[in-house]
Write a protein that binds this ligand. Structure first.
Ligand code: FAQ
Length: 329
């Protein structure tokens, strides 16, 4: 139904013959797997697509600190607290590398942050769900970081140099995050019946939203065809979603948890799992701002930005003074 309402850009992807000579040279460099660097000529659409994707990704990392940050003061042991603190700090770092990568395309960080705070820019749907128990921290590491890695490993080969290089470091850190999440889930599953039930409840709530992280089904993906022609994306949304299900199903079985999908089963013929229909109405409601925590997340980000104004003012006053001193010398 939704497929009929959405116009994708698949039919707008130009063939080499339809391109002007400059565009054709650019596309030939892409086809030849050469990296595009900030000072190289690029079509305006390529620049805009990258700014959109990289900034949405940066916003996701920054907003993504909030659900887990909620549990730093309540982590069950000192060790778990130190690990969670480091993880949340890593996410802040990822946001900063990504804002830097976006800035190389000629957009200012202030402009991007303004787009986030005014609701113009998207961030990942997943961060609009609440973290109700400690098991949710395990589920986020295992499933959300797991989905993020599945999506980001191919982005290491993205045609735009600064994004691809940022992804290499980010993927290394996300792998630790995924393992610590799975470790939390495993420990809960080896604990009391109540702890195991808490882990199952977290999986029940995070499973479907995690599958939505990969974006709409291929037939409805507006940007995939052009982004793949430019080698910004290497895989379609459905391909990565399928890989994620195939990777995660045996991990759930190994720790004795049941994935909340009665239609999930191994399909020998296709060499992958079949799985149930995703509730795309829920996805679109979350994107429209109607998820359980959208308003709370934005309020927290805007407050942090406003509360930090004195730090930015102090730093720029110091930078101005230092520049004046250098000029006077
Ligand atoms: N949420 O045509 P497509 C993380 C939008 S990082 C919200 O398929 P595209 C780390 C899409 O933007 C997680 N919006 O678009 C972490 C577009 O809207 P627009 C973030 C979504 O770009 C872990 C429209 O729908 N990762 O988790 C979503 O080709 C733990 C049509 O979609 C990235 O950003 C969604 N789930 O493919 C942090 C990776 N899906 O812009 C803390 C980079 C789609 O036209 C704790 N991004 N939309 O208004 C990508 O790979 C792509 O942008 C996709 C979407 C795959 C997300």
């Amino acid at each position: 139904m939704y497929a009929q309402l959405v116009k994708t850009d698949a039919d707008k992807v130009k063939s080499l013959e339809e391109m002007d000579p400059q565009e054709r040279r650019f596309q030939e460099r892409i086809d030849d797997d050469q990296k595009i660097e900030p000072k190289d000529w690029m079509p305006e659409g390529y620049r805009k697509t990258l700014i959109r994707q990289i900034s949405q990704h940066a916003h996701s990392e920054i907003v993504g600190q909030l659900p887990e940050g909620n549990w730093i003061t309540r982590a069950p042991t000192l060790e778990r607290k130190a690990i969670l603190l480091a993880k949340v700090q890593d996410e802040a770092g990822h946001g900063l590398y990504l804002y830097c990568a976006a800035e190389t395309l000629g957009v200012s960080r202030d402009a991007l942050i303004e787009q986030l705070h005014s609701g113009k820019a998207k961030y990942s749907s997943i961060f609009n769900y609440p973290t109700l128990t400690w098991a949710d921290i395990g589920a986020i590491g295992w499933l959300v970081d797991g989905a993020a890695i599945m999506n980001q490993v191919p982005l290491q080969r993205c045609s735009y140099g600064p994004y691809s290089r940022a992804m290499i470091r980010i993927c290394k850190e996300e792998s630790f995050h995924q393992r610590q999440g799975y470790d939390i889930m495993m420990k809960l599953c080896q604990g009391s019946a109540a702890q195991k039930a808490m882990a199952q409840d977290a999986l029940d709530r995070w499973w479907w939203p995690s599958l939505m992280m990969f974006g709409p089904p291929d037939a409805d993906s507006v940007h995939s065809a052009q982004s793949m022609a430019w080698k910004i994306k290497q895989n379609t949304n459905d391909e990565l979603r399928q890989k994620f299900v195939d990777q995660t199903a045996p991990q759930a079985a190994f720790i004795g948890l049941a994935i909340p999908d009665p239609d999930l089963k191994w399909n020998e013929e296709k060499g992958g799992h079949d799985f149930g229909e995703i509730d795309w109405t829920e996805f679109h409601e979350v994107l429209k701002g109607n998820g359980p925590c959208n308003a709370e997340r934005m309020e927290a980000r805007v407050k942090a930005w406003e509360d930090g104004a004195w730090v930015r003012d102090g730093l720029s006053a110091y930078a101005d003074k230092a520049a004046a001193r250098v000029a006077a010398e």
